[in-house]
Design a protein around this ligand. Sequence first.
Ligand code: PYL
Length: 272
Amino acid sequence: MTRLREEDIYDVGANLSYYDRQLIHKVGTNLAGIAAHALGKTPGDFVAIHDTALIGVIPVTCGQGIIGGFSTTVQKIIEFLGFTAFVTATNDVSGLAEAVKKGARIIFLADDNDFVAINLVNGQVSDNGEATGRGYAAALDLMSGGVQGKNVLVIGAGPVGAGAAAFMTAQGARVLVHDIDTEKVEKMRQVLPGIEVAKELHAALTECKLVVEATPAAATIDKKYIDQDILISAPGIPLGIDQESCVLVSERLIHDVLEIGVATMLFTVLSE
Ligand code: PYL
């Protein structure tokens, strides 16, 4: 998980409506629809709790410290989904106490290693990595018209790749997973026995036109694979394809730095 910088997120909040329209154009539904699909639900399943689920976002100063705009960006994404959210005035433990005193039912907080959502009422916890993988897989499922019976390649066997592979397996896809560290894929297979190890990226990219790029590396997918059939779901930074490929595949590329992950985390902890 590459650490975000203030410059990566400064305009996310202001562009949410534009991004939502882009998602509808590419995927056929909006941000709420993708996050709900990641749970096998629809946005309507969450409308009834818009007014009761108060969400507190707590800035955390440990490690490399606070990222300018991070907490307010998380708050804006949550508000865009129709919920009420606030950023605590204080940080860390004091911020946690403040959120609880203000009646937050759900809290979001992130240090340098973990970004979680916690439902204080039902104990549900959602990790950003797993939720992001599941949300991006859900978006690819929708964009492709359904992955059942199709070959899907997940590049990267970390938490994001694992979330994506789990969702794709549940949807009935044939899931190939590639990681430069094959050990990580073997470990994933112990949890997801249905996945196949793709030892060779070239062969896998030739065989699979539905790709989740879940690595912290740049330009993982060479432009020679960017043809008219490929659909790419690529969360976070750096983007796994170069600028030229981005232009070629723009209509068939899903990419953001926080939106789909945060939306899926929220809907996950709101679900029983
Ligand atoms: C959650 C993001 C997604 C990709 N990388 C992850 C990252 O940048 N993690 C660090 C988040 C630190 C937040 C800081 C704050 O402002 O509260 N502790």
